[in-house]
Design a protein. Sequence first.
Length: 813
Amino acid sequence: MNLIDVILPLPLDARFTYAVSESDFRQINIGSRVAVPFGKTKVYTGIVAEIHDRFPEKYELKEIEQIIDEHPLITPNQFQLIKWISDYYLCSEGEVLKAVLPNAFLLESETIVERNQDFTLSENELTDEEYLVFEALQNQSVIKIKEIGKLLEKKNVLQLLKKMVDKNAVLLHQEIYKKYQPKLVKYLKLGEDVGQNLQLIIEDLNNAPKQKEALLKFYSLKAKSPKPISKKKFKKEEEVSDAVLRALIDKQIFKEYHLQADRTKTDTESYKSEISYSEEQIQVLNEIKNAFSKGEVGLLHGVTSSGKTEIYIELIKQQLAKGKQVLYMLPEIALTTQLVSRMQAYFGNEVLVYHSKYTSNERVEVYKHVLNNTGGKIVIGVRSSVFLPFQNLGLVIVDESHENTYKQYQPSPRYHARDVAIVLAKIAKANILLGTATPSIESYYNALHAKFTLVELKNRFKNILPPEIQLVDLKEAHKKKKMKGHFSETLFLAIEATLEKGKQVILFQNRRGFSPILECNTCGHSVQCPNCDVSLTYHQQNNTLRCHYCGYQMAMQSHCLVCKSPELSTKGLGTEQVETELKVLFPKHQIGRMDLDTTRGKYGYEKIINRFQQQEIDILVGTQIVTKGLDFRNVDLVGVMNADNLLNFPDFRSHERCFQLLVQVAGRAGRTQERGKVLIQTYNPNHQILQQVTTNDYATMYKEQIDDRYNFKYPPVYRMVKIIFKGRDYNRLNEAADWFAKGLMMQFKENVLGPEFPAIARINNDFIKNIILKIPPKQSLDKTKQYLLKIKKSYEAVAAFRGIRLIFDVDPY
């Protein structure tokens, strides 16, 4: 018998074996999708991973439902990558598969409800709700379960349907539905005999001048270009009405037809070619070329505005000349907006974009372009782009490689895209370059220990001066009463002077909303989220209190919920409040805000960035998004509203991240010949990290941080695995975490920290408890993971712990 192993997009540790009929077997390919039954009724899309003749021992063999693809959708390199991610990050292949494939590829069956034609309705046999469903089925042959839910205004209708099945009133069956729909565009062409009878047709149209004009315009367009003429474009550009077109189609002078459109096509021509490189850049290019020839990972440490992008462009040109594909990774969707325009200027239609703000259908089309090596050889994307099916990958660039947004925290797989990119490059035998102005401690450590090759750009491009960085002491400013709201006099005057010169300002505040706390001045109560252990954030724009963890929201309160006092005040600072204060201080100037609240939607980032680029916004306030590698030539001043909350975060990387964030945001100022200025407001101006930021002293910061990592056994010296417990039963959670910790301590002793509650111990009504396992340099990582999986197996056998989810997070930083 012909048997195949299938990976299902589910959190299951095993592959499942299915039988294939003789006729279907000839069409089966490893890497293709098949629809398979799983469980009692469900049908899932799985990927064929192996063809063999071994019968399963633990379950009954089932046959596949259908073959979905003629050709493989997953490449051999992707299979290797899926296996590595599954093994390294201690997750199932199914979870990785779900991350690899765009959602539209993963077809699932849906339960369809159908009227039983043999059923005869008797009086009082059906309840009122059942009768409503039965009546709806008399008008429609089949109904989906979710439509019944809407009809009855109920979330769960399964019990009701089960009773109707028992009464033989309805039948249930599974139907696979497609999520991907190709985009079809209407085009126009001439009717069959129009060319031969043109003179007669024109004479007949003398009484319909608008129809005659439309026909002549169509001929004129055909003469200019052989390209198909889209109906929508013809109507808009030639100002032809629907009525005129309909009349011409009815007379069979025009014919409508459909063509599949490429949602990812931009029709952008390249218009830039040569870049003049500095001597330092030429030297760096040679060093990178040398590292690549040895198959080494390159780490490009270049100060902000040193011309790293120009280096990338040259490396991409070299790969395209060989016919290779290039993956250019970015940590934030916001950065793709500027970079895509820049890359299209050099490479035109060779550029494809892949990220979550694109629709499911658009991502499917990019995936297919990459798989078939068509439609563009350069992919610009965020972390998920590392999973694309490259056929001929030559180069991977991980820009801003220090950014923690490359790490996926939720859901599984909890991978770090930078590390996965390094493995991908190794599998594909491609070159890889990590680029950053502030390398992560791990990357720099690897470079100093000969795992990576370090190349450095120490000077700004065209000898542009680095910005002048000044620390503003908020204690002194408050003492001398030199504050305007949350703005020190120094920052206020600097903004005023910058605006007078016609220059722009960026202000950074690492918290969105108006204020993170609403507090009663009488009893001290602050409004808390009912689902999470956090206070609700006040959002002035829609006058709501909102939880940034679970999404819960309520209307702004006029009285304290506990003592009913009307004396309420907001505490803390968010981007919305900074924006409000700026509108009062600078009423004649345009203020913009860039945070999660203002950038929702596909083009959210693009609109704000374009407005700022075109100088329609004078002052841009934002969260971390504004600190990343955006390039605005007219920005003269950058202000940090309060640096202290970056330093005081309870995390072993808080000092490193604070340095990276402040150096990056400082790099947005003075990117032309005129020197920029950076003002950092703080209550602690003597803090060593802030002093290192003012001189951009990465070497000293690294030395101090790596000494701490050695002393306190943290990465990159020790490896780390976080074991997370989540559940709604507080006591069971404690028991489960304590049980697991005892098992770990027997083997790993003092290298086990916890179990302990994190700073926010409850999110979305799930209590959370963590154990940290530190792995010494000489301890085998593989053996440690095997031991973890062994304890996990025992843990899952304890019935009392079934309601407590166990999660492994390898390299949780």
